[in-house]
Every structure is written in structure tokens, then in C-alpha cells.
Design a protein around this ligand. Structure first.
Ligand SMILES: O=C(O)c1ccc[n+]([C@@H]2O[C@H](COP(=O)([O-])O)[C@@H](O)[C@H]2O)c1
Ligand SMILES: Cc1cc2nc[nH]c2cc1C
Length: 357
């Protein structure tokens, strides 16, 4: 599936299996019982394989939060009003949001990207303007995004990462902000994973049981609306994003692909960030090799995505905020994993007796 020349240029290399064995050997020879650092060892292994080295480094972690609005909000699918998207964007830039605090704590740069906010926010200092539209359209009534605009969004996401890579970044954390986006993400999750829709729909920002039932009914209407459009192309990334949106999700999809092509370590955030990655796997499944899953989101549908990826998240903290906040929480563990691989003594070096079994 080639959507544009720009996207066709994004090539992702498979990881080097020979390096897997060398890193595993190095980990096995550290002064500890075999496998005793559990998942930290798998994190070190993946980062080493991504960078194709026994001595990986994690310089310049960069967080990007992609923000966009969703026309389907007019169906009453979120506990919060749409205006919160742009209000939170102002909060990110002013330094008062959760991701602002965490990015400061870990000395990460924080880039906020207007992917499709429904408001005139161009005057907000520091905002990256990649706006394609003032929000997606209501997918219950029409296509959320034209196919042409989906391609533009994929390309814009890739461009954001290209710029980050030119600055020497080796690690990216992709987050999002968009009132209503768990509704889009639920529809996408259903199509990509094949899980029943009810397993993909949850409370989002805080719906009660009646609210969730209404949200499910709204998405079912959307599925019926786009049945003909998707017929025979249920796993076509551009058609799926066109049917259900949103701009920030499509930009993240492009960003994941470009980050993997640059061999960056990619930290995947919660439900919406994972849904965007799931769509990216339809374009190139190798993208997954470059990703670490920061946390299991409390949003109901995240389980279906993690099952589809066949991967275990690093943290289980009951989080469901978005913004890249789970990834920022998990980042210090990546630093620990890399330090273990680089600095911990081997049995030989430390003169410690290895296991005789
Ligand atoms: O990342 C998650 O797992 C997550 C789960 C639930 C909600 N959110 C955030 O909440 C917003 C979407 O929720 P909603 O109810 O408006 O669809 C959006 O801004 C997301 O960043 C994020
Ligand atoms: C306040 C608020 C902050 C958020 N951050 C990400 N999604 C969000 C949704 C709401 C409602």
C-alpha cells in the first residue's frame, strides 16, 4: 500500500538477530542470577537491538503531544466539552499540565503540535502549527477526514519526527490530547484487532455506564455509516483513519513509522497512542520492533491492543490520562536498563563465582 511518495520512502529495517544473542550473553554474564532483573533485561535487550550495539545510549528524550478535535463530540461521547482540548494545550505550553511537570523532572524537551484543534490557537507561543483542519467531522454522519488529508497528516507526523531526529534525538515519547478521541480510537481498535466493539469502548475521561452504552451505540452508527466505504479495505490504514479520524491519531501513525525508520527508541503511551500504533502496523508491521509499551491504561480497550501487539507494558499504575504521561513515568526505567547493560560488572570482572548449575 503506497499512499504517497513521501510515505513510500519510509523504510524500516528489521532488528539484527545476531545482536540479540550478543546482548543476551552480556546480560547473562552480569553479576546477578540469570534473568533476575526481569523485564528490565528485556528493555535493555530491545534498546540495544534498536541501536544495534552492546553499549546503547539514551540522549535527548523528546516528548511530542499531538492535539486534535473530533466532530463526533457533538454526539455527546465525552464527559468533557471540546474546548478542553485547546485549554489543555495552553496549559501544556504554560507548564502546568502533568506532562509539563514530568518532562521538566526528566529534562525532556516537550513539543506541542496542533494537528487539528478546533480553535484559533496560532498565537499560542511555542505551539507547532501543523493544523490541517479545525477538527475532524462527525463520523456518524460523514467521513471524519478526507483520504487526502489523512495522507497530509501522516506526512506531517513523519516531518515532526524528522526534525527531532536532526536534533540528535534517539528516544521519542508520543502523546496526544483530544476530547472525544477515545471514541475514534475504539473504532480503530475494533477494526485493527478484530476485537468485538464492546471490548474496545470505555469510560474515556469519565463516562458512567449509561454514557459508555451511548458511546457504543454512537460508534455502531458510525460503523454502519462507513460499511460500504470500508468494504474489502477494513485493514487499510488510510481508509480507517478517513472513516474515524482524528488528525492527532493520523499524525502519530506517521510519526511512529518515521521514528522506527530512524531507529529511534519509541515509548508508546496509553490507549489512543496504542491505537495510532496499531494503525501504523497495517502500513508496516516492523514498526512494532522499535516500540516499548510504557503502561497498561485503565481504558477498557487497551487490553485488546496489548493482546494484538503481544507485548507487556512496563508499568501498571491504573493511569488513563494520555499526554504521553505514562511514557514519561516509564522513561527512568529505560535509563536504568541501559545503565545496567553499560555499567554493571560481569562475574569475571568482579571476581564473583558464577552459578555451577
Ligand atoms: O491514554 C489513555 O489511555 C487515555 C484514556 C482515556 C482518556 N485519555 C485522554 O482523554 C481524552 C479523551 O477522552 P474522551 O472521553 O474525551 O474520549 C484525550 O485527551 C486523551 O488524552 C487518555
Ligand atoms: C482535564 C483533561 C486533561 C487531559 N489530558 C489529556 N486528556 C485530558 C482530558 C481532560 C478532560
Amino acid at each position: 500500500m503506497i499512499y504517497s511518495e513521501r510515505l513510500a520512502e519510509i523504510k524500516i529495517e528489521p532488528l539484527n538477530e545476531v545482536m540479540r544473542e550478543s546482548i543476551q550473553d552480556k546480560l547473562n554474564n552480569k553479576t546477578k542470577p540469570l534473568g533476575s532483573l526481569g523485564q528490565i533485561e528485556q528493555i535493555a535487550l530491545r534498546i540495544g537491538m534498536i541501536q544495534n550495539t552492546l553499549t546503547p545510549t539514551l540522549s535527548k528524550p523528546q516528548v511530542f503531544v499531538f492535539a486534535g478535535d473530533h466532530g463526533v463530540c457533538e454526539e455527546g461521547v465525552s464527559a468533557f466539552p471540546q474546548a478542553v482540548t485547546q485549554q489543555m494545550v495552553a496549559n501544556f505550553l504554560a507548564g502546568g499540565a502533568a506532562i509539563s511537570v514530568l518532562a521538566r523532572q526528566h529534562s525532556m524537551s516537550l513539543g506541542i503540535v496542533d494537528a487539528g484543534i478546533n480553535g484559533d490557537v496560532a498565537d499560542l507561543p511555542g505551539l507547532q502549527n501543523r493544523k490541517i483542519n479545525h477538527g475532524s467531522r462527525n463520523f456518524v454522519k460523514e467521513l471524519a477526514i478526507t483520504s487526502g488529508d489523512v495522507v497530509l497528516a501522516l506526512e506531517a507526523g513523519a516531518d515532526v519526527i524528522n526534525a527531532a531526529s536532526h536534533e540528535g534525538g534517539k528516544v521519542v515519547l508520543l502523546g496526544e490530547m483530544g476530547i472525544g478521541n477515545t471514541t475514534s480510537a475504539a473504532a480503530l481498535t475494533h477494526f485493527v484487532t478484530g476485537a468485538p466493539l464492546a471490548q474496545c469502548v470505555g469510560a474515556g475521561t469519565g463516562l458512567d455506564a449509561a454514557g459508555i452504552a451511548h458511546k457504543l451505540a454512537v460508534i455502531e452508527k458510525g460503523l454502519a455509516q462507513h460499511k460500504a466505504f470500508l468494504d474489502g479495505a477494513e485493514k487499510d490504514a488510510v481508509r480507517l483513519l478517513s472513516a474515524f479520524g482524528g488528525y492527532e491519531i493520523a499524525m502519530m501513525t506517521g510519526a511512529y513509522l518515521q521514528a522506527a525508520s530512524h531507529k529511534m527508541v519509541v515509548l508508546v503511551d496509553g490507549f489512543i497512542a496504542s491505537a495510532a500504533l496499531a494503525v501504523a502496523t497495517l502500513i508496516n508491521p516492523l514498526v512494532l520492533d522499535y516500540c516499548l509499551f510504557s503502561h497498561g491504561s485503565a481504558e477498557h480497550g487497551h487490553g485488546a491492543l496489548l493482546k494484538y501487539f503481544k507485548r507487556t507494558p512496563i508499568l501498571q499504575l491504573g493511569m488513563r490520562l494520555g499526554e504521553g504521561s505514562g511514557s514519561a513515568m516509564a522513561y527512568p526505567l529505560l535509563v536504568s536498563a541501559v545503565n545496567i547493560l553499560n555499567e554493571m560488572a560481569s562475574f569475571d570482572e568482579a571476581g564473583v563465582s558464577a552459578s555451577d548449575r
